[in-house]
Design a protein around this ligand. Structure first.
Ligand SMILES: *[C@@H]1O[C@H](CO)[C@@H](O)[C@H](O)[C@H]1NC(C)=O
Length: 209
């Protein structure tokens, strides 16, 4: 009797120890992923983020840190793409999908070939080349930067924005393509993945919906 109770206590203790270790490993691996030890290599400037989530389409991951006191969101959007193509990440403060999206577009500068980024509002379904121009967004943009990492072939868009309305759940949209008009990104494939690449994202829990 006595031996059995000691044994079962030991079993419970070992189980607890195992669970704790597993939890620690999981949170460690999450930290490592979010610190930029991901496909494409570390982020430039030693940047790191508190959260990250792989997005369900177009080979992309979003990393972010939310600063409640300033209602600011720091993001790194990393997506696989050929160096001659473009990628985009957007917040849509007024609806789901593309129409109304406030977008960051990363692409090779037509003159230098270096990765560059512009911000543009996407006002309608039937976009025209003139709709794509570098302009202010409906919310403040404090930082915008783009880089291309040849290691695996990834664009990264770095942005710091004022989270519209300080709302921690936002409609997000992302895109990728290889077509241009007048040196600026224009048009994308209309297959399932390129038409499904939007989701509402809860920046507190990391939940996509
Ligand atoms: C943003 O919302 C958070 C959580 O409700 C709050 O603590 C913070 O003060 C707000 N920040 C601003 C700048 O309004």
């Amino acid at each position: 009797m006595r031996v059995r109770s000691v044994m079962s206590k030991l079993t419970i203790f070992l189980l607890l120890l195992f669970c704790l270790q597993k939890q620690q490993l999981q949170s460690q691996s999450q930290e490592i992923i979010c610190a930029g030890e991901v496909a494409g290599g570390p982020f430039s400037g030693g940047r790191s983020y508190s959260s990250c989530i792989p997005l369900p389409y177009l080979d992309a991951i979003l990393f972010w840190t939310y600063y409640p006191s300033s209602a600011a969101l720091d993001v790194a959007y990393r997506a696989r793409q050929s160096p001659a193509g473009w990628v985009a990440w957007a917040i849509n403060p007024t609806g789901r999908g593309m129409v109304g999206a406030n977008a960051f577009l990363a692409f090779p500068d037509a003159a230098t070939g270096a990765a560059t980024v512009i911000t543009t509002q996407l006002p309608r379904h039937n976009l025209q080349p003139s709709d794509i121009r570098d302009e202010a967004l409906t919310f403040a943009v404090y930082v915008r930067e783009a880089e291309y990492s040849a290691d695996g072939g990834y664009y990264t868009i770095y942005a710091t924005v004022e989270l519209p309305g300080n709302r921690t759940t936002q409609n997000t949209v992302w895109q990728a393509s290889t077509t241009f008009a007048g040196g600026l990104p224009f048009n994308h494939p209309f297959d399932r993945d390129h038409l499904s690449s939007f989701a509402s994202l809860d920046f507190l829990t990391g939940e996509l919906a």
